[in-house]
Ligand binder design. Structure first.
Ligand code: HEC
Ligand code: HEC
Ligand code: HEC
Length: 458
């Protein structure tokens, strides 16, 4: 049924693609140039470009595990197959060395390469289209002054008809709205700056907004949460699952440092995002936080009260640790939690080096157990060469029944939400490798250097 609907969708796209083909044909090629000398770029422009590249996570997607920075080749899984990022170093043959500034700006604004081919929106140009010409010039100066690396990414593995780039003309006609960003005249400068960065370069919605079956973000479920690469991405709108409501201050701290005392550490694909945001100007992080806090809205009195109650419970438990109960209905889950987890998660050692009291955890209130499964099985690897948040991996220690019992216990004890219904399937699929979970280092917990290869094999 689903496959049929997808096929029907693609029939529509084919027709639209054909229409768009007649209307626009291919985009024209922009002539190749001789690679400009690195010294021809203004230093200040390059420095600004470095900050902008960190905001845009160019390093995260354009660096393969163990590969050279920006040389591409990372496989990005999509429901349609795997798309590989390209080499964006200034190598003239395999990178963008022969791209003029105009060709680069067009690729960011319109999702078209120098030769005029449509690019897949796995490159988030549906967001980057909002970036100003001025910022694109700085990004170009930054990329053209990186080390040139000769590297060709592996071919994409997309099934027919998704391998036809011309269909992207149809996709764009349906879902793509070209920028640049238009500020709202009635909002503050900080809010507009925040919205420009959030919706544009930092493409938060690429992970936090669910997608339709043709891979476009659902505009009417803005920031409603999703699942990306087998990590649950929490809602960051009014449906945020955080027990203590977020505000501009806590968001700014979390985005900059990769953790917050009332919310815990950023994990999974969020870890490289916060690692990058740790290196950019404070005012820009503050602006992003102002905009996101506004999207979340003012919490109700009832929510504020629930948050305060959770904080009070956490404080109490850090003073007098929770003991085993005489008549537990889930003795196995409770015994595992008290012996393996409680010692670090009782709140006596503050976050991020100690674990969060789980009464405060968004993971426990999330729509499924996936993120707790991931951190429990694979742990939290330390950042390179520095003390940072660390949790051991329990893969090989707990069997499926024990992990399910533990998760049922955690949900029951630490959340008011109803029991999860698909925990057993998720545990089985994650343990047998059907659900592949990319593990990221916790470099987001400190002011990390602009790290590039944060992916390590589980
Ligand atoms: C979420 C992953 C992701 C992020 C983040 C990302 N890219 Fe990409 N980018 C890709 C993929 C995948 C492609 C290849 C698309 C295709 O083949 O159609 C690509 C292609 C490109 C291209 C076209 C290059 C060519 O040879 O055709 C440019 C230029 C580019 N990216 C620049 C950037 C810049 C600059 C940033 C940061 C501001 C960035 N990308 C961030 C995934 C990403
Ligand atoms: C590559 C995917 C990705 C991108 C891009 C991304 N996020 Fe996230 N985000 C995640 C994931 C996955 C989590 C859950 C991480 C965890 O469990 O710690 C998360 C968690 C969060 C949280 C914590 C929510 C909570 O209740 O604990 C906040 C806040 C957040 N993201 C904000 C942002 C903002 C703002 C941006 C843009 C600057 C952004 N994210 C970009 C994947 C992403
Ligand atoms: C050696 C100490 C240690 C042990 C043992 C440990 N953890 Fe952790 N855990 C941490 C640290 C540190 C973090 C990162 C800070 C944070 O977010 O809580 C963390 C994070 C987490 C998170 C994410 C919380 C959030 O929303 O931010 C969960 C869930 C979790 N641990 C569950 C467990 C479970 C279940 C066990 C037992 C099987 C366990 N931990 C054992 C140290 C530990």
């Amino acid at each position: 049924m689903r496959a049929l609907r997808t096929l029907a969708g693609f029939a529509i796209l084919l027709v639209l693609g054909a229409g768009a083909f007649v209307a626009h044909a291919w985009q024209s090629e922009i002539d190749p140039i001789d690679p400009p000398a690195q010294t021809s770029f203004d230093r200040a422009l390059v420095t600004r470009g470095a900050d902008l590249a960190a905001i845009g996570n160019c390093n995260v997607c354009h660096t393969a595990p163990g590969g050279e920075p920006f040389a591409g080749g990372l496989g990005i899984p999509t429901p349609f197959g795997t798309i590989h990022s390209t080499n964006i170093t200034p190598d003239p043959e395999t990178g963008i060395g022969r791209w003029s500034e105009a060709a680069f700006i067009r690729s960011m604004r319109e999702g078209v390469d120098r030769e005029g081919r449509h690019l897949y929106p796995a490159f988030p140009y549906d967001h980057f289209t909002l970036v100003s010409d001025e910022d694109n010039r700085a990004l170009y100066a930054f990329l053209m002054t990186r080390k040139a690396v000769a590297a060709t990414p592996p071919a994409n593995e997309l099934s027919f008809p998704f391998n036809l780039r011309i269909l992207l003309a149809g996709w764009k006609a349906l879902y793509f709205r070209e920028g640049p960003f238009q500020p709202a005249p009635n909002r503050s400068e900080e809010w507009n700056r925040g919205r420009y960065l959030t919706e544009g370069l930092s493409h938060c919605g690429a992970c936090h907004t669910p997608r339709n079956r043709l891979g476009a973000e659902k505009k009417d479920e803005y920031f409603a949460g999703a699942e990306v690469e087998n990590w649950t991405v929490y809602a960051i709108n009014m449906n945020s699952p955080a027990p203590v409501p977020w505000n501009q201050e806590s968001l700014a701290f979390y985005l900059r440092h990769g953790w917050h005392e009332h919310h815990g550490a950023s994990r999974g694909s969020m870890a490289p995002v916060t690692a990058n945001l740790g290196s950019i100007p404070k005012a820009d992080v503050k602006a992003i936080a102002a905009y996101v806090a506004d999207v979340m809205g003012r919490p109700s009195q009832e929510r504020i009260a629930r948050g305060e109650a959770a904080l009070a419970t956490a404080r109490k438990e850090s003073e007098s640790p929770f003991a085993i109960s005489a008549n537990s209905t889930n003795g196995i889950g409770e015994a595992i939690f008290l012996s393996a987890c409680q010692g670090c998660h009782d709140g006596r050692r503050p976050v991020p080096f100690g674990g969060l009291n789980l009464h405060l955890s968004s993971a426990v209130n999330a729509p499924n157990a996936q993120n707790i499964i991931n951190v429990t099985l694979f742990g939290l690897p330390a950042a390179r060469g520095e003390p940072s948040a660390m949790m051991p991996a329990y893969r090989g220690v707990l069997n499926q029944d024990q992990l399910v019992a533990l998760l049922d216990y955690i949900r029951d004890r630490f959340s008011e939400e109803p029991a999860w219904t698909d925990t057993r399937e998720r545990v089985a699929a994650t343990m047998n490798g059907e659900r592949e979970v990319p593990i990221y280092r916790m470099d987001g917990t400190t002011q990390a250097p602009p790290e590039t290869s944060m992916r390590t094999a589980p």
